[in-house]
Write a protein that binds this ligand. Structure first.
Ligand code: MG
Ligand code: ZN
Length: 227
């Protein structure tokens, strides 16, 4: 009977994911109802998720009103940075959990003024593995690798790059310092997600930010037209 245990584990794992998917679908309905376009921002720790969110917010046209959910294992450091800019923000602390799930996002929504925002960034826990498997109800999966992490990431974490609706390569000002092999990196992305929109930015210098923000705003406007 040794196969019984494996069967049970498989079924339980499936149920956890489908429970998450159910809440994610409800989150998506809440976002649609409120007219909020949602980007799930995923990256490894230190790639610059918070910096990208801040640099993006700075460049948004006035009719786009942003809000942020910050996901971290611990601390309010990123939420305080966002709040200092006058942007509505809720911090989720996972207490050790390595990804956000849909119920965590649902709980955070009660503390966000959904009626007065139309673009929500959900900054996921720094991790290139499981965040890709948990639907939060977002419209976009934005993956933010950085030059400092090296050019091999699409090869080592194909699931994350395959799930992306946009890839934003950050810290482009450091390509020479880190001897970043740009063609090798691009080739890795093309292997797993050939049509994904790809942007090269530096949040520090502002390089490439305008193209990324223009794409994001166009995606939001297309989604709102189709409501
Ligand atoms: Mg952060
Ligand atoms: Zn995880």
């Amino acid at each position: 009977m040794k196969n019984d245990k494996e069967t049970v584990n498989l079924v339980v794992g499936k149920n956890i994911l489908s429970a998450n998917d159910r809440v994610a679908a409800e989150n998506r309905a809440i976002f649609e109802e409120a007219g909020v376009f949602v980007a799930n921002v995923m990256a490894s720790p230190g790639a610059g998720k918070t910096s990208l969110i801040l640099a993006t917010i700075e460049r948004l046209p006035p009719h786009i009103r942003p809000g942020v959910i910050e996901g971290d294992v611990a601390s309010r450091i990123d939420a305080d940075t966002i709040a200092a800019r006058g942007v509505p923000v809720v911090q989720i602390n996972t207490g050790g959990g390595c990804h956000l799930d849909a119920p965590m996002v649902r709980a955070a929504l009660t503390d966000l003024p959904l009626d007065s925002i139309n673009l929500l960034f959900i900054e996921n826990v720094g991790n290139l593995i499981c965040p890709a498997s948990f639907d939060l109800g977002a419209h976009l999966a934005v993956v933010v690798p950085s030059v400092a992490e090296g050019h091999d990431k699409p090869y080592k974490y194909p699931g994350m790059f395959a799930s992306a609706s946009a890839v934003v390569l950050n810290k482009a000002d450091l390509e020479e310092v880190f001897e970043f092999d740009h063609p090798f990196f691009r080739c890795g992305i093309e292997m797993v997600n050939p049509a994904v929109p790809f942007f090269v930015v530096s949040c520090r210098t502002g390089r490439g930010m305008d193209a990324w923000v223009a794409w994001l705003v166009a995606a939001l406007q297309t989604a709102q037209k189709n409501r």
